[in-house]
Design a protein. Structure first.
Length: 394
């Protein structure tokens, strides 16, 4: 299970020093688990579809040392808050919602038969919260890998991701799909991860050399994402229910082809038909993007990015003026193959594929153009696909 990743020495050193100040001893392990950006495949995961995320070089660091009892003492350095619980009696914390991610992970690992030991833990993150880069999954996966490693336990990474997903469902109360935990656990440097969200099979897809992934944060947080997410999900379920009399074999929109929707779309209310059209076409775009990446055809990937954004904007209606402005600015920038919103929508980030030799000019253009169009400042991260969870070394 172990995988070591070298990180900037100052960040690891600072975490180690903070741990020693708080707990009076050095940590035995330091784990890092990455956030992610989804290249393409939005709102397909809960429809049993396909997604294509990459792990990024923004991550959660989790330092820990064993205790002689069954208690876990958590210190969230970024919040400067602490929590403590017993492994023999884990419940949700109403006072400290942030701790429910680690509490839930510990509970789910133990429910699967893993024998955990008490620990002192300090953790810190540079994954932006609320930007759609999956900070919560990075926290969960770091905790799972850390608890298991400290306790001398082994676990398949896909199963570990599933345990983290269940923790988010039951302890954080978020009905998330599996993509975020899977990519944080299973990411591979310079590769995207094609995930079949029904079978949970996956494949690492090489990303051609000479390209950078540019994530641009609009600075707008996703105020509507939670409630509208539930509405979109119910609309997708309604589409399946209304199509089943003529397509009795379908279980989810994953099973509906574009030809099926063309033939039977009249059975759906117009808004439900548009929601379904996005999901059905987006699944095909993921598979087309994988084929294009394998051929090194970045121009084709860029076209698929733009088609995805238009579909999310017009059919799924999860974009925003700021996201649209960022995508438009990106497409005017030097060296850009394509851009789209990424994540749930209504705010958060865009993702662009940009020629590596033009990326500095691209970032300068993007920040200037976004400011001119919206009056807002963009935060831009230039990244490459990174490895999944592992031990951190300085």
């Amino acid at each position: 299970m172990e995988q070591a990743v070298t990180l900037p020495s100052q960040r690891v050193k600072s975490l180690r020093q903070a741990f020693e100040r708080r707990f009076g001893r050095a940590p035995e392990i330091i784990v890092r688990a990455p956030g992610r950006v989804n290249l393409i495949g939005e709102h397909t995961d809960y429809n049993d579809g396909f997604v294509l995320p990459v792990a990024i070089d923004r991550d959660v660091l989790f330092a820990a040392a064993r205790r002689n009892d069954d208690r876990v003492h958590l210190w969230a350095i970024d919040l400067d808050e602490e929590d403590e619980f017993a492994l023999s009696d884990i419940s949700r914390s109403e006072a400290r919602p942030w701790a429910n991610y680690q509490r839930g992970v510990a509970a789910m690992l133990q429910a699967r038969g893993h024998k955990l030991i008490g620990a002192d833990v300090a953790f810190s993150s540079n994954v932006p919260i609320g930007a759609g880069l999956s900070s919560s999954a990075a926290v969960e996966v770091a905790a799972a890998f850390g608890f298991l490693s400290l306790s001398g336990e082994e676990m398949d990474r896909a199963q570990m991701a599933l345990a983290c997903q269940q923790a988010e469902h039951e302890y954080a109360g978020v009905p998330c799909g599996i993509m975020d935990q899977f990519i944080s656990a299973l990411g591979k440097e310079d590769h995207a991860l094609l995930i079949d969200c029904r079978s949970l099979t996956y494949e690492h897809i090489p990303i051609p050399e000479g390209v950078r992934i540019v994530v641009a944060d609009t600075g707008v947080r996703r105020a509507l994402a939670g409630s509208e997410y539930r509405v979109r999900r119910s609309q997708c379920e309604e589409a399946v229910r209304l199509l089943q009399p003529v397509l009795p074999e379908i279980r989810a929109l994953r099973d509906v082809s574009e030809a099926d929707l063309e033939r039977h779309g009249h059975l759906l209310p117009e808004i439900v038909w548009r929601r379904a059209r996005h999901v059905v076409s987006e699944n095909q775009r993921v598979l087309d993007a994988v084929a294009a990446l394998r051929q090194g055809d970045l121009a084709r990937v860029g076209e698929l990015f733009m088609a995805s954004h238009r579909s999310l904007r017009d059919d799924y209606e999860v974009s925003s003026p700021e996201l649209d402005a960022m995508v438009e600015a990106a497409m005017e920038g030097p060296g850009c193959f394509g851009a789209r919103l990424t994540g749930a929508g209504f705010g958060g980030c865009t993702v662009s594929l940009v020629r590596a030799d033009r990326v500095e000019d691209f970032v300068a253009h993007l920040t200037r153009a976004y400011r001119e169009r919206t009056g807002r400042e963009a935060t831009v991260y230039v990244t490459r696909a990174a490895d999944g969870v592992g031990m951190a070394t300085a």
